[in-house]
Write a protein that binds this ligand. Structure first.
Ligand code: NDP
Ligand code: MG
Length: 399
């Protein structure tokens, strides 16, 4: 990777105003996508080569006008057609659907692709970007959870870096700077506990969409906010960490730290524990991934330990938040079981957000899907997508 960094420097050398870094962003209109563009705007030396969104063409058009990518993708074909007309005055090509998303992932100028789409839809574009030699700034955790056994070896084979954007994984990554990853004894993955921390299971029966969307510390997309309330998000992060840092599931301990001040920790073999702390602001891990290994100034609030006073820790309640327990089980068993865990959760969260199932129906669906699945070892991408389809079919006739 040193070679590629050197290439970036060379481009910027001799007072030439060519931007040093070129990135494409998949999911540019979402929470991570817009914050990535904020980081780009604040720094002023990154060129955006491609942007992709689902259907929010209004925001995408604004982004195209400001950041001037050469390629833009909208999943929805009809909306892509409308966007094409409204940006006809600009030198941008508009594409759509999975083919378009793959094209955006492979856009030839980019050095790095920020994967900020939500859900398993990220698998194929992430692989396409890596095959095209791009480094990945990875926010889309569902891809690693379901296809980590394909993604990690592929990164090695292609010599591309996977830089974590998820705050916990960025924290661990930062704690491992200059360390030997083989000397990890344990990863301590911190969790806020979400809006329902301290509640008993029966108290969660009547939870409404609005209640679950109130995260105490972080402002994020809807799906991950629901996942945080069920602690399924932490379960997905356990599986994500397992792939990123090459540890066993049982080397990962989830620790509740309600204020989200410590973003995660690493315990080494000699008992030393390293932690990364900061205010809860996703722009820090995003910027760290974009400029790694360089640190840059980031405007915003700083931790004030005099005001903070104390940092409190708790053990997670695995009975109330059964999704976390099931995630660890799925991760431990491996094969296609994490795919089913994730696919069932994606399906169920969408059902809950559309008010078609009760809150506790989310974990019930995950349990049902995991219970009826025949595990496939080392699933291929096709088998992963097939397991996803089967899960959706089992839970709702493929809706
Ligand atoms: P959002 O829901 O806010 O954004 C999702 C983005 O993906 C939007 O730009 C959306 O477009 C786009 N998108 C959805 N479907 C498609 C599609 N089929 N093709 C192309 N683009 C699509 O999600 P977040 O930003 O919160 O999360 C993104 C990922 O990052 C998730 O995997 C999440 O787990 C992870 N993450 C998020 C964190 C956060 O703080 N938000 C923290 C850590 C990880 P449109 O707007 O048009 O629908
Ligand atoms: Mg996280």
């Amino acid at each position: 990777m040193r070679e590629q960094s050197a290439a970036h420097e060379a481009e910027a050398g001799g007072g030439c105003p060519v931007p040093r870094r070129k990135i494409s962003i998949l999911g540019s209109t979402g929470s991570i996508g817009t914050q990535t563009l904020e980081v780009v705007r604040n720094n002023g030396d990154i060129q955006v080569t491609a942007l992709a969104a689902g259907s929010n063409t209004e925001l995408l058009e604004k982004q195209i006008r400001e950041f001037k990518p050469s390629l833009a993708c909208v999943w929805d074909e009809e909306k892509a057609g409308q966007l094409k007309l409204s940006v006809a005055d600009l030198p941008v090509r508009v594409v759509s659907g999975m083919e378009g998303l793959l094209e955006a992932a492979r856009e030839k100028e980019a050095h790095m692709v920020v994967t900020a789409v939500v859900g398993m839809i990220g698998i194929r574009p992430t692989i396409a970007a890596m095959e095209a030699g791009k480094d990945i700034a990875l926010a889309n955790k569902e891809t690693l959870v379901t296809a980590g056994h394909i993604i990690m070896p592929l990164a090695k084979e292609r010599g591309v870096r996977i830089l974590p954007v998820d705050s916990e994984h960025s924290a661990i990554f930062q704690c491992l700077n200059g360390e030997d990853g083989r000397r990890i004894h344990k990863l301590l993955l911190t969790a806020s506990g979400g809006p329902f921390r301290g509640r008993r299971l029966e108290e969660l029966e009547g939870v409404q969409v609005e209640d679950a969307l109130k995260h105490p510390n972080w402002s994020m997309g809807r799906k991950i906010t629901i996942d945080s309330s069920t602690m399924v998000n932490k379960g997905l992060e356990v599986m994500e960490a397992r792939w990123l840092f090459g540890v066993e599931i049982d080397q990962i301990q989830v620790v509740i730290q309600p204020k989200s001040v410590i973003h995660s920790m690493v315990e080494f073999e000699d008992g030393a524990v390293m932690a990364q702390l900061g205010t809860p602001d996703m722009k820090l891990p995003i910027q760290y991934a974009l400029y790694y290994p360089e640190r840059r100034f980031l405007p915003g609030e700083r931790l004030d330990f005099w005001t903070l006073g104390q940092i409190v820790f708790e053990k997670p309640d695995f009975d109330t938040f059964r999704g976390l327990r099931l995630a660890c089980e799925a991760g431990r068993r491996g094969g296609s079981l994490p795919v089913v865990f994730n696919a069932a959760n994606e399906y169920a969260v969408n059902e809950f957000l559309n008010r078609r199932i009760p809150y506790l129906g989310i974990v019930e669906m995950i349990e049902k899907a995991m219970g009826s699945h025949q595990v496939v070892e080392n699933p291929t991408v096709d088998q992963i997508l097939e397991a996803e389809r089967e899960t959706r079919e089992l839970l709702g006739g493929g809706r």
